[in-house]
Ligand binder design. Sequence first.
Ligand SMILES: [Zn+2]
Length: 210
Amino acid sequence: MNFPPGHPARDTQDTLVVANQERRPLRDRLLLRTHTSPVQMRTMEQQPPPVRIVIPGKVHRNDAADATHSPIFHQVEGLCVDRNITFSDLKGTLDHAMKALFGSAVKTRFFPSFFPFTEPSADVQISCIFCGGKGCRKCKQSGWIELLGCGMVDPAVFAFAQEKQPAYDPKKISGFAFGMGVERIAMMKYGISEMGSLFAGDMRFLGQFV
Ligand SMILES: [Zn+2]
């Protein structure tokens, strides 16, 4: 969404392409999606605002597997579009979600970042759930852990949606979006040290979460 060709942000979308498609035109070749964000645009093209959705789904990246990376993982994205949606709504929603996930003592803080489909964009950190913010090995002594990305929907994204749904007028509506990795959150919440354990299909491991 809203990625110009050649933009360096495309490097993180390096993905896996399905083999034996050389005879098909380039735009018809199948590949494994790197994020769930295209669902945002498809939803807006199909329905007028207001929109409030969460988008869970499997994604793929050309990443080597190690303790904290996997070529397969799952994302949950959220999108909220309506009149008068502000950055305060975004902060309040994510602060509430982090407290629901990790306990009411958890604090959140927001740092400027960049994503092609939100402006402004932010990285969200939560106070370290292992040391309560004092500083430990898991939070590299900072007291904070970076957990998700978010931002206000870029007006250019609404302009694309407006081609099919005129109600997405960037002058009249606003919205926020966020995205996080399901495995990363599960690993923190349950103290899992190897991401691969979640995909190995070993019932002795999976059974403990039933
Ligand atoms: Zn810590």
